[in-house]
Design a protein around this ligand. Structure first.
Ligand code: DQQ
Length: 440
């Protein structure tokens, strides 16, 4: 196994061993950030999906906790799949998740912390009323998953969105509920896009037109746009669009129909899927998690004993300069890992630009071209123009550590002098290890 150990990252979230895919129900609670994640405790390949659980003070260093939810009921025996947390004004946390039943039907279930005053939220209780939602008529039993965080409408009822499809039409169903136990399905979709297929892990959240603060999921009205995101099962890409939400009609419309969900912008133009945001009420920011599917052949994954990691959490805001993009930026806490810093001023580096993944970045007004790159062993996350375009990728050079590591800048502009400023930080490792429960 030693030959695969060096590929593990040093400051991206990943469990100590076995398979992980998308994150579920992230939230901030009593001083701790919580991440739950799709986890196979028994093997490095997908299956037996449970909710792994970890907590952090700063979104960088993590303490791994016992499993939060395991597939032990008829309504989730084939997997405790993705879901979302809603922090209710009544002080409780409503965790909605998809269960895959004994006959592989997708149903929605409700769980609560056994003790909401526990900052670690160690124990979870499945509601005796489960399942609380079955696939409605006309929806395939395997096309009904990944409930969103709920948001409160002007009529005092909560809304929950769930991705699905009608043949090739990608759709978002909306339910209204008062108590998270009984639900009313709206007679229309929040939105739909022909040709996009099954929408997984739908996310729906408000962004401020002006300013850099994040908004609570229920915020709506003047000066607020709404982002709709779907993870497209057919292409395994996370697509979003910025649009306008009518909270009375429960309809969302893209600002630019040519840039609709699934045919326009992506969160990330690299290896990235099944993302989810949450509102951090402590620092008033919206944080985005995404899954970097770091898998190889099943044979290799089993041999190395682990697969996949999560991106560095990113803040998301509307790009005030274009009004049409989002800006994603690594949370400020990542800077606490910076050790030594290097600063170079150089110029004129004409050469050929070679990319594996690519995307164009709008550079507006008098902006300079900017790029921030996080390198963590084989994982490289790049943020262009303050996060207007992002690419996560896996890079496997020959082993190059310490003095053997090199950074090259290429510039393929012709007939211009290019002035480049480069700032390099050597990064520390994050700690990600079991919570010392025996010391409680
Ligand atoms: N993975 C989960 C589903 C979700 C998919 C199951 C996204 O809930 O639709 O592990 O990759």
């Amino acid at each position: 196994n030693a030959m695969f150990t060096w590929q593990r990252t040093a400051y991206h979230f990943q469990p100590q061993r076995n398979w992980m895919n998308g994150c579920a129900g992230p939230l901030y609670h009593k001083g701790w950030y919580h991440i739950f994640y799709q986890y196979n405790p028994d093997s490095a390949v997908w299956g037996n999906i449970t909710w792994g659980h970890a907590v952090s003070r700063d979104l960088i260093h993590w303490l791994l906790l016992p499993l939060a939810l395991v597939p032990d009921r008829w309504y989730d025996v084939n997997g405790v799949w993705t879901g979302s947390a809603t922090r209710h004004p009544d002080g409780n946390i409503y965790m909605l998740y998809t269960g895959s039943t004994g006959n592989l039907t997708q149903v929605q279930n409700l769980a609560h912390p056994a003790d909401p005053s526990d900052p670690l939220l160690l124990n979870w209780v499945k509601n005796p009323a489960n399942p609380v939602l079955l696939p409605p008529p006309g929806i395939g039993p395997k096309d009904f998953r990944d409930p969103t965080t709920a948001w409160l409408g002007p009529d005092g009822l909560w809304r929950v969105a769930i991705g699905s499809r009608m043949e090739k039409l990608g759709i978002t169903l909306v339910y209204k509920t008062r108590d998270f136990l009984s639900y009313e399905l709206l007679d229309h979709y929040l939105h739909s896009v022909p040709g996009t297929g099954m929408w997984e892990c739908v996310d729906f959240f408000p962004v401020a037109v002006n300013g850099t603060k994040g908004l609570d999921t229920s915020a709506a009205g003047e000066g607020i746009k709404h982002v709709l995101k779907a993870s497209l099962d057919d292409t395994k890409l996370d697509h979003f669009a910025v649009g306008t939400y009518d909270p009375v009609e429960d309809l969302w419309t893209p600002d630019d129909p040519k840039n609709d969900v699934g045919i326009g912008l992506k969160y990330d133009y690299g290896r990235y899927y099944a993302s989810k945001t949450f509102y951090d009420q402590e620092k008033q920011r919206r944080i985005l998690w995404g899954w970097i599917n770091e898998t190889d052949t099943e044979f290799d994954d089993l041999k190395k004993g682990w697969a996949s990691l999560q991106t560095i959490p990113r803040t998301v805001v509307l790009d005030g300069r274009t009004g049409a993009d989002l800006l994603q930026w690594p949370v400020e806490e990542i800077e606490s890992l910076r050790l030594r810093s290097y600063c170079f001023e150089s110029s004129l580096a004409p050469d050929v630009f070679k990319v594996v993944y690519g995307s164009s970045i709008p550079v507006v007004g008098d902006e300079k071209l900017q790029m921030r790159v996080l390198v963590d062993h084989s994982i490289v996350e790049s943020f262009g123009q303050g996060g207007r375009r992002v690419i996560s990728s896996r890079v496997y050079p020959t082993k190059a550590i310490y003095g053997d590591a090199r950074l090259f800048l290429f510039n393929n502009a012709t007939d211009v002098n290019v002035k480049v400023k480069l700032k390099i930080w050597e990064m520390n490792s994050a700690f990600i290890r079991p919570y010392p429960l025996d010391q409680l």
